[in-house]
Design a binder for this molecule. Sequence first.
Ligand SMILES: *[C@@H]1O[C@H](CO)[C@@H](O)[C@H](O)[C@H]1NC(C)=O
Ligand SMILES: *[C@@H]1O[C@H](CO)[C@@H](O)[C@H](O)[C@H]1NC(C)=O
Ligand SMILES: *[C@@H]1O[C@H](CO)[C@@H](O)[C@H](O)[C@H]1NC(C)=O
Ligand SMILES: *[C@@H]1O[C@H](CO)[C@@H](O)[C@H](O)[C@H]1NC(C)=O
Length: 486
Amino acid sequence: MKYFLVVLAVLAPLTAAASLGEQKPKPNAFVQSLRDLHRGPPVEPSKTRAKVEERWIDQWLDNFDEQNNATWKDRIFINERYFVDGSPIFIYLGGEWKIYPDSITSGLWKDIAKKHNGSLVYTEHRFFGESIPITPLSTENLQKYQSVEQALADVITVIETLKEEDKYKNSKVVVSGCSYSATMAAWIRKLYPDTIKGSWASSAPILAKVDFKDYMKVVGQAYATLGGQYCYDLIDNATAYYEDLFDNGKGKQAKKELNLCDEFDVDSEQDRWQIFSTIANIFAGIAQYQKPEKYDLPQYCSVLRSFSDDDSVALSKFINWKIHEHSGECISATYKGAVGYYEWSKENYEDSDLPWIFQTCSEFGWFQSSASSQQPFGSTFPATLYEDTCEGVFGSKYDSAGIHAKVRNTNKVFGGLDVNATNIYFVQGELDGWSKVGAGVAQGATIIPLASHCPDTASISASDSAELVASKKKLIKLVAEWLADE
Ligand SMILES: *[C@@H]1O[C@H](CO)[C@@H](O)[C@H](O)[C@H]1NC(C)=O
Ligand SMILES: *[C@@H]1O[C@H](CO)[C@@H](O)[C@H](O)[C@H]1NC(C)=O
Ligand SMILES: *[C@@H]1O[C@H](CO)[C@@H](O)[C@H](O)[C@H]1NC(C)=O
Ligand SMILES: *[C@@H]1O[C@H](CO)[C@@H](O)[C@H](O)[C@H]1NC(C)=O
């Protein structure tokens, strides 16, 4: 009897540890590649030692249900280093990422704020970083409480809370954002024009769209234009090579040559979608924040070429390097792995991108598919890959028809490309895939040649192109006008 007890006592913690280990699956390569596409914009290293304060703002769980009095704490960062009482508030909106204080201590927005004796505020979007209104991240909770409208109303609450302080009582408010947070910047000006004097929207996607096939087309253009035609052709040829292997019953060979993990099912269409979209996402991730003046793309292309004279070998080595830095570890990219990971994150919140995946399923789409023939990433990852993931993770309301209806509704509410609001400055990078669902020249946007995503967030510098400097100067002038306007 005694003996038994001892054994049990030893076993119990071991079992707990083992199951704990199992509970935390690593995001597979597909999940990771998508996450990299939605990471926050790179932050300029700060040269000034500004004191940034972290504050927690009381928010309504549901901004639109008077019956629901539940609240939660939303995080903001505030930099009052340049602030003189009554001067404007410069908000930088957080998007689908965790916020960091450095984003409001450097860059163009800081420069402009300083000029106006402004206070800089960085807001964390609900369900990201440390601003979690409710757990678990069940479909039910996300459906009720996660949406861009809720997030915009949260920003208004932040402003109202600041304005309870005398020094902010008469402060005017301007906002800025990059990527999805630029979308928010545009839409908050549309919805709350009395509170928000003007918006700077850097690379804002504003047209919701299910099958976002133009994205990869622009990524391909970026490789051809900046990397060189050889680089585009290499990716194109290597992808075709692997697609052919799968199509001709040689999936096992492709699996081996790409170093895919055992669980990859060569006969599963959904697994094939995963690996080809992962490869495309990795190239897209490099292109998305490339800086033409830093020659990033040409450099990545020479690394790609240097791995082998054989295109398919070069591509495989490149992808394995990007994912695992040549550790030899296999690439895990299965449909079950992705859905399983998202399922797991409903109960285990830890900087998960589930709330963003949810917003794509429930509001925006923007599924970066292989449906364009004018790109080098093959034709193996249709938007269906993402639609299936939505339905698999969030249930039948998020099937293809459901997603299409929700996306149509978003465009109805916000007007798609026709935002119909004043005092918004749209900037796009010519080689940014996101620009294809953003404001164009017809909507008054400024297009920066050769540039990528959010190309104008840094201070004016000697390495900026003439067009980039002109755009930054235009913004400086516009902000002064917005703030001068009564
Ligand atoms: C919410 O608060 C209001 C005002 O304090 C109160 O009148 C109302 O009864 C509360 N509702 C619920 C559901 O608690
Ligand atoms: C900023 O504050 C300083 C000191 O109070 C003042 O001299 C200056 O005019 C202010 N600038 C603006 C743009 O308000
Ligand atoms: C295309 O790729 C295959 C497999 O890597 C290679 O054998 C072939 O030479 C390549 N073709 C061209 C035109 O580069
Ligand atoms: C655009 O906005 C104006 C002013 O808010 C409004 O009167 C008009 O109906 C809007 N047009 C469209 C097409 O929504």
